[in-house]
Design a protein around this ligand. Structure first.
Ligand SMILES: [Zn+2]
Length: 123
């Protein structure tokens, strides 16, 4: 797997989710630095933050995540740090009364996106 292009600012999963929400009439801000972890999508109207996570960088428990075979100490540290930082961000947001929704790169499809809308609206 080529990891070099995954962590760019506007990765494909983010674009997919944003354009879907946009097409459904939702308005949002992206990567707002004022919030923990710069959520990919922030919707003040619904007090909801959506984090769109790449399976590798955020250690998703799915087939897309595989431990790298070289530099294992480096990767163990880095990825475990990512993971605990994620949890810290989510907890900070929740403590401020925000709803936190995580969308994983591997699960993005029409069903998941429709479900996301229900989660945002709290239905
Ligand atoms: Zn995944």
């Amino acid at each position: 797997m080529n990891m070099s292009h995954i962590k760019s600012k506007d990765t494909k999963p983010e674009i997919a989710v944003r354009s879907f929400l946009h097409s459904k009439g939702f308005r949002f801000r992206k990567n707002d630095k004022r919030y923990p972890g710069k959520p990919d999508i922030i919707m003040p109207k619904y007090k909801t933050a959506v984090y769109i996570n790449g399976c590798f960088w955020h250690m998703h428990d799915c087939k897309n995540f595989v431990w790298p075979k070289s530099n294992t100490d480096y990767w163990t540290n880095k990825l475990m740090n990512n993971k605990s930082r994620d949890l810290k961000y989510y907890n900070e947001m929740k403590a401020k009364g925000w709803k936190v929704i995580v969308v994983w790169e591997c699960e993005i499809n029409e069903d998941r996106l429709n479900q996301l809308i229900n989660e945002i609206k709290g239905e």
